[in-house]
Ligand binder design. Structure first.
Ligand code: HEC
Length: 154
């Protein structure tokens, strides 16, 4: 048996004393419930990192650059079809100048406006990259932000 003492405020000097007894099993259940609630609170507040949500935290004004952020994505996922060995639809993505030159119909990157850029629409709504798995949302966001910020060669 556990004894719980409570001192309630008011009613004379020192307040009102209450004591009651609860069985040990009930005490254990209450203790577990308190612990579980605290742990859930921690996870929900992000204090405990949870897997499957590994998106890097970035400032809203984050601007990717061609050389460090965008070109590695093209090299990894696009150059095998849009590079020196084959240039599907006349498009090569293995250098900044060739990327900006576009395909046999015209430009695919419109600096300052990703929503008008064929490159972003084929990545978001089309079948690009053909045969390979789609780019991640983070990679598409990187390319879009680079275009919206003026598609500079930096
Ligand atoms: C397995 C080969 C392959 C890969 C990988 C690939 N492409 Fe393509 N891409 C093609 C072919 C074939 C076409 C022309 C036919 C078409 O438009 O569907 C094309 C066309 C395009 C076009 C022109 C679309 C238009 O309508 O003008 C863009 C832009 C493009 N690709 C971007 C990319 C980007 C960016 C990547 C990498 C994320 C990529 N592609 C990866 C084969 C590929």
């Amino acid at each position: 048996m556990y004894r719980i003492h409570l001192r309630l405020p008011g009613r004379g000097v020192g307040g009102h004393k209450v004591a009651f007894r609860i069985p040990a099993t009930l005490a254990a259940v209450i203790a577990l419930a308190v612990l579980a609630t605290a742990a859930t609170g921690l996870v929900m507040r992000g204090a405990v990192p949870h897997l499957g949500n590994a998106q890097p935290e970035r400032a809203p004004e984050w601007t990717p650059t061609y050389s460090t952020d965008v070109k590695p994505i093209f090299d990894r996922s696009c150059v095998q079809c849009h590079g020196p060995r084959r240039a599907d639809k006349g498009l090569r993505l293995d250098s900044f100048q060739r990327t900006m030159a576009g395909d046999s119909y015209g430009t695919v990157v419109i600096p300052g406006d990703s929503s008008l850029s064929a490159m972003v629409s084929v990545l978001k709504y089309g079948t690009m990259p053909h045969g390979a798995s789609k780019l991640t949302a983070d990679e598409i966001e990187t390319i879009s932000r680079w275009i919206d910020a003026g598609a500079k060669n930096e």
